[in-house]
Design a protein around this ligand. Sequence first.
Ligand code: CR6
Length: 805
Amino acid sequence: MALTKEQFITEFKDMALRLYAAPIEDLSSQQLYQALALLTRSYIAKPWADTKARYDEEETKQVFYFSIEFLPGRLLQSNLLNLGILDEVEAGLKELDLHPDKIFDAEADPGLGNGGLGRLASAFMDAMASVGMAGNGNGIRYQYGLFKQAFVNGYQVELPDDWMRNGFPWETRKENRAVTVKFGGWVELRPSRGGHLRVIYHNTDDVLAVPYDVAMVGYHNGVVNNLRLWSAEAPIHAGTHFSLEQRERINQITQILYPDDSDNAGKELRLRQEYFFTSAGIQSIVRHYRRTHNSMAGFADRVAIHINDTHPAMAIPELMRVLMDDEHVGWDEAWRITLKVMSYTNHTLLSEALEVWPIDMFRGLLPRIYQIVQEIDRRFRLAFVPQFGQAMIDRIAPLGNGQVRMAYLATIGSHAVNGVAPLHSELLKKDVLHDLFQIFPERFNNKTNGITPRRWIQIGDRPLAHLLDKKIGTAWRQNPLALRKLHDFIDDKRFLSDLNATKAENKRELAKYIDQMVHVKVDPDAIFDVQIKRLHAYKRQLLHVLGILDAYLAIKRGEKRPKRLHIFGAKAAPSYVYAKEIIKVMNAVANMVNSDPEVSPYLQVVFLPNYGVTMAEKIIPGADISEQISTAGKEASGTSNMKLMSAGALTLATLDGANIEIKNAVGDDNIEIFGLTEKEIAGYYQRGDYRSRDFYEKDPRLHAVLDMLVNGKIPGIETEGRDIYNALLMYNDEYFVLADFESYLAANARVDKLYQQPQLWAKKVLVNIAESGRFSADFTVQRYGREIWHVLPQTPEDDGSDTEG
Ligand code: CR6
């Protein structure tokens, strides 16, 4: 859109006055933010309505991305950027003597997700709008987002995240689009006079699902898509009164986000949440379709529904229910439509994260859905037992072991199933979904995750963005593959030193931020070594900590090393005891290191509390090293690896998840790889001959750092140090930390050496930035669009990627 600075100033003052009956000089940052957000929203309203009208008029096939998590990050800057008016607005604010950053910082970050999975969903929303795809989100409007993390005496404490306290100016309540979701009770099936089945519900608990829509603004293309978040309310039936307790129970459904990452929270409330937003989404999609069509026959040509992990897998029986019970479609036709509409992404190989529900709970809460799952199960067995045998079908049928097995249900009811990086997609076929792959090989495919460089570079890393504009023009802002032009300057000494200077500037900014956050003065000339992601044993923050302890001991012995600053950001699931013990140890190590005057000139450690999207925007531009050190075969993809690479950090990595593709993209010389491969680890499992104690006994450096966990040298970790020590030595180190220790140290030593050669380092930075474009989520959603959702032409344009597995 076009907007001059002068126009903006007039309209902004006007908006502020209307809202607060006061001149802007009298307003708080929060009030200025609200006024600016509302003004921005007013610019979005028309293209939002127009986009919707156009989709309806042209009968565009629409994608609905069902996800129990979204992590959109702050929206003000991103919306201004995508509208094409960020520069004008910032110039206008400055002319009014206001600080744009102060206003942007007043925005709450909606933490409606745990980690990578939720952030991916939001990256896809931004990408779909930006490539002009008709893509809508469907999720939950949690009253409280992921907990706010604080450290008390080094321990994680969880505080409520009251993110809507000041309201959420980007949402629009659509109470006229509410639907009713039914729980519990019992169902009666009765043949009706017309010959079809009549389903009569008795004694159900009804919940009103009220949608709140959030605009998803495309980048410079006038497209505005919709993210629909559902809120649970008591229905307004004439004659029915709800007690306070009943209301409380209903409101609870959308009150909190389950804070579990890579773990299955098998709780009835979670099941309620899942059915709630899934049923509401399906009902509203079908209702919208039926407004302009008098049968469901063409539904699958107009609608694609994507199941982001299994939390919305109930979309399959729910669509069957609506098709059969409400629309009177027969089973076979309903199943044909459902298969064509549904597709599913798996995000994990960890068995503890695969969702299963006890049949009793499932049947009690969702009697009609259970009947349909039973029928899916029955027909599946009937169809495939003859060819594949009872034993195999028993293993993978939707119902088994007294459970409803969601990953199997999702695979059986979708026409496409994908993993999120080539290794992960291969392992799905080999392990977790192996038997189903035998039956439905054509459904399996890979779609490597992506990120949105608009947020991470254009907004998050302004100094780099400007340097790029100056050197290679602005084409990369529209098409990140244009970053490859940087290769032309690999020998341009001036540019290489500009790259280093840009990083140095970002590191000074980050140092200030760290000081504000945790009151530690860090040296901006140190190597900034970053690990930011959820705390999980398989991600091996612990390996990183053991590396720090080794450096500590070396410095104590008088060894000189280039200075390193280790930066951590990580939340642990509140019930994940081991992860919280690791956090305590990390904080204790940070304290010990930072307060030791012999050590801190060479080594510092900061653990920033409450990591989230907004904090990531501050950390990533200042990173020199990106630690991606999960046990090979455990990290499905990772996405912080892609973000950090695009900011020119060098990846220190195991051959896991998308690290492998990063390596293929930048070449072996521009990444530091270490550790066991997935195959080697599988070998240990098969033979059963991993003995962590052997590594402890034969490696004196390892011996020394492990002893530090229990010998009192690190103050305050008596219990935690002992538990971790035992996990590594007595319980045989499930994640192969000890096996990878030596090669991890060697890789770190190579990094230290490299960093001594600034020009060589800058070349590696350059290659990483240059090759990061392929990981843009714009390309990822286009691949989904062509190959899974069939909303884009089938002819693949060359996006220059070799990421298909
Ligand atoms: N925890 C994977 O572990 C992947 C994201 C997004 C995860 C991670 O490797 O990048 O999904 N899995 O695909 C789940 O959440 C189940 C994650 O974020």
